[in-house]
Design a binder for this molecule. Structure first.
Ligand SMILES: *Cc1c(COP(=O)(O)O)cnc(C)c1O
Length: 249
């Protein structure tokens, strides 16, 4: 078995253990492999090991990688036939990047302004399914971080739920890094409570709304995130970084 398969299996095992600890079904947590800064050959290794959803932060890097991966899948020995990938944009968004994001991605986790959402909706090609959106929340209130302050979330969510090119799915958070388990839990719990509040407010307005997503938890804090209800964990280094999961040196 490849090193990549080992690392993916280890991450899946941690996800399953964390889900089991709080009596959640293991398949209620999706693994997003964050491939930023890693090349297309690493993405192809992960695909060969069964991974299908990838997260990228930097648009130019992502577009080049996506093209290289598609080409390799199409020209590979029949292996690419029927491989359906899902690409998630998880980096900061500048207005001049929205068109390419709307054209090439399936999900965007980092929407924190209505104006960006309007552009993504207008620029989403009509032949594609609506773009799945998570609103980024600055849950720890860090001055330097992007994301909506929690009291702003409801109004922005109301507006975005009306945009035809988008499908509002839930919230994304990157809490302040800490090794303190209680602090990790508290930030993730607050994010979950905010989603619960959105669900009850917004589904009155739009009964069909599918607000089912909490994108939270990375390599260092995914256990706490899953215990507090994460439905997507965004894991990079534990999958791709050569310093992780090596036997010996
Ligand atoms: C890099 C990144 C991750 C993955 O972080 P790791 O610590 O490598 O697992 C997750 N989410 C976002 C937004 C990132 O930028």
């Amino acid at each position: 078995m490849s090193l990549m398969s080992h690392k993916l299996q280890a991450v899946h095992a941690s996800i399953q253990a964390a889900a089991a600890a709080v009596s959640r079904r293991p398949d209620s947590v999706a693994l997003l492999a964050v491939s930023k800064t890693f090349g297309p050959e690493m993405v192809l290794e992960a695909i060969a090991a069964g991974q299908r959803a990838f997260g990228e932060n930097y648009l130019q890097e992502a577009l080049a990688k996506m093209a290289a991966v598609e080409l390799a899948l199409q020209s590979g020995p029949g292996a690419g036939a029927g491989v359906l990938l899902e690409w998630h944009f998880i980096g900061p968004i500048q207005s001049n990047k929205t068109r390419a994001i709307a054209e090439h991605f399936d999900w965007v986790h980092t929407v924190d302004r209505e104006k960006i959402a309007q552009r993504l909706s207008q620029q989403r090609p009509p032949q594609l399914a609506p773009l799945n959106i998570c609103l980024q929340v600055n849950i720890s209130g860090e001055a330097s971080k992007s994301g909506l302050a929690p009291p702003e979330v409801l109004d922005v969510a109301r507006a975005i739920a009306e945009l035809p090119g988008l499908k509002l799915r839930g919230l994304m958070a990157i809490p302040e890094p800490t090794e303190d388990q209680q602090k990790q839990h508290a930030a993730f719990r607050q994010t979950r409570e905010l989603l619960t509040q959105l669900q009850s407010e917004l589904t009155k307005q739009r009964p069909g709304l599918q607000l089912d997503t909490l994108s939270m938890g990375m390599s260092a804090d995914m256990v706490a995130a899953i215990e507090e209800g994460a439905t997507i964990v965004r894991v990079g280094s534990a999958i791709f970084d050569r310093r992780f999961g090596r036997q010996g040196h």
